[in-house]
Structures are given as C-alpha cells and as structure tokens.
Write a protein that binds this ligand. Structure first.
Ligand code: GDP
Ligand code: MG
Length: 299
C-alpha cells in the first residue's frame, strides 16, 4: 500500500430487504464472487467485506444481512451485524427489488434510514425483469421520504447500469490511503469462504427442504505437501430428523453437495481441493456462542 496522495478509500454499506440482490451486487462491484447468493431469503449470515477498485479509489463494501424483525438470538445478531455495517459508512446504498418489494421489511428500513446522517443512494435492482412504470413509481415514492443523493436502476445479475453506479460511488469516497492491498477482494479468510461455498450448495441443492437451523462449521484446513488443500467441515443440523434430508438416499445428496462445493472451491482457490463433509446433530447450536463466533457473528 503506497501513500499515493491521489488515493481515495471509503466504506459503502449495502442494505435492503432479504433477497433484494445485495450479495449479487457486491459480487458485481468487486468483479468476482466474494459473497454467496441464493433465491432463499437470509442466506447472508455474517457481515462480509467485499473490496472493489475504481481507478485510484478503493471501496470497502459491506454486504449486510437483510434487516428484518428479530425473533431469536441468531436473528438478533444478524440484525445488529447489519446496522454495524451501516455505521461509519461514507455512503449507504438502499437496494430494492421492485418486483417483490417486501414492503413489511422495506418500510421500517426506510424509516430508520431517514434519520441517519450518511449519504444515501437508492438503487432499484432487477431491471432485467421489472416493468418500467412500477419501477418509476417506487423510486418516486421512496424519494419523497428520503433525500437520496442519487438514484440508479440496475441489474446486479447482468451488470446492466452497475458501472455508472460504481463510478458515482467512487466519486463519493474521501481521500485517503487504501486499507487493503490491491489484489485483495474480501476480508474473509479462505477457511470461512470455504464454509460459505458449502452453505451455498446446501441452499442450491436442498431448496425449501433445508432447515433454517443449518450451519456449516470449519473443522480443519490443511495445505498438503503436493500443493493441494484438505478441508474438513461439519454440517450442523438441529434435529435427528433433519440428518437424512442432508444425507439423501445412500448418501447421494451430501456427495453431490460436496462435489459441487469442491469443484467451485478448487476454481476459486486455484488449487486442488479435498473436501470432507459430515453431518452432526446439535440441538442448541443456534444458541451456542462458539458456533456464532465461528460463522463471523457477534454473540
Ligand atoms: P440478498 O439476500 O439481498 O443478498 O440477495 P442475493 O444477492 O442473494 O439475491 C437474491 C436472489 O435474487 C438470487 O436468486 C439472485 O440471483 C437474484 N437476483 C439478484 N440480482 C438480480 C437481478 O438484477 N435480476 C434478477 N433477475 N435476479 C437477481
Ligand atoms: Mg446476501
């Protein structure tokens, strides 16, 4: 990291209801996958930083979990991680899915955001699917409540409109030295990223069957002498009855999950990966401090 006087560096918090496309947008801004995405709400559990570059500007993107009404301990920690991400930000992006909207989650968020001092940017996502009129109506409605510095219409999925938005965001960042080396794309350790990739496969392959109370815990991460890496992980479910769902008939399901995760990890890490998964039943894991900290949440 040089002390180049023209460098700029700042924090962008990306907030929005679950499923708005926050993780997809962060990946698009970074230019590679740093956060897992899913059609199922609340995939992002912990706060994760993505690091994007635009000319001399480094933007630290905080991909926050969706903010919703917290019920249990796990939910509460997710919400507080979300607001932590928004404090001290140089810009807050409110990302909205104009099709689903999720107004019961969007409106409280808008009300809370109204009182905050940060510069706010409204981003309406999924323009590849949304119809124009409701999109404009929603932008106008939200603009009447909050004084947004800018409004953008993008598709986080296809990248449409994202470069313009990225340029505008970069323009809002303060002068200062970069916080991370040029080649760093996220703050997650490879060990944690590896558990996220497995969790993404669990969502992708089990869909609605997957119990909400499922976690992936890192057990070991060992570089082998032959240049490959051996990764052991535990898939934790809350009840005995959930174990066969994850295993599948004759263990076929967990095998397919492991194979897909292994292939993706190997691609991301650029080395051969040996991935060992096993399922453990642990009734109270969602109330367990150790598990919380492992998956990057504050107790
Ligand atoms: P998050 O919960 O806000 O982080 O949302 P994700 O990034 O996980 O995305 C939720 C779902 O919306 C996933 O199925 C994404 O593929 C999808 N999605 C995100 N952005 C777009 C978009 O611009 N267009 C379309 N059609 N789908 C999108
Ligand atoms: Mg997400």
């Amino acid at each position: 990291m040089s002390s180049n006087p023209t460098q700029k560096c700042g924090v962008v918090a990306v907030i929005g209801p679950p499923n708005a496309g926050k993780s997809t947008l962060v990946n698009q801004l970074v230019g590679q996958k740093v956060a897992i995405t899913s059609a199922k709400a609340q995939t992002t559990r912990a706060r994760m930083l993505g690091i994007a570059l635009h000319d001399e500007t480094q933007m630290i993107l905080v991909d926050t979990p969706g903010i919703f009404s917290p019920r249990r301990k796990l939910d509460r920690a997710m919400v507080s991680a979300a607001w932590d991400g928004a404090s001290a930000a140089d810009a807050v992006v409110l990302l909205v899915d104009p099709i689903k909207q999720r107004r019961h989650e969007l409106i409280p968020l808008v009300e809370a955001l109204e009182k905050r001092p940060e510069r706010k940017i409204l981003v309406l996502n999924k323009v590849d699917k949304a119809k124009k009129e409701p999109l404009l109506a929603l932008a106008q409605e939200l603009g009447e409540t909050i004084d947004f510095a800018e409004v953008f219409f993008v598709s986080a999925l296809t990248g449409d409109g994202v470069p313009e938005m990225k340029t505008a965001l970069a323009g809002m960042m303060p002068e200062g030295p970069w916080h991370y080396p040029e080649d760093q794309v996220s703050d997650a350790s490879e060990r944690l990223l590896a558990t996220e990739i497995t969790r993404e496969q669990l969502y992708a392959q089990l869909h609605e069957e997957l119990p909400y109370d499922t976690a992936v815990r890192p057990e070991s991460y060992t570089q082998r002498e032959d240049g490959s890496v051996e990764i052991r992980q535990q898939i934790v479910v809350a009840r005995d009855s959930q174990k066969p769902i994850v295993l599948g008939k004759g263990g076929q399901r967990i095998k397919a999950i492991g194979e897909a995760a292994r292939a993706e990890l190997s691609e991301l890490l650029g080395q051969k990966v040996h991935l060992f998964l096993h399922v453990k039943v642990s009734e109270g894991w969602a109330e367990d401090k150790e598990v919380f900290e492992e998956i990057g949440l504050d107790w």
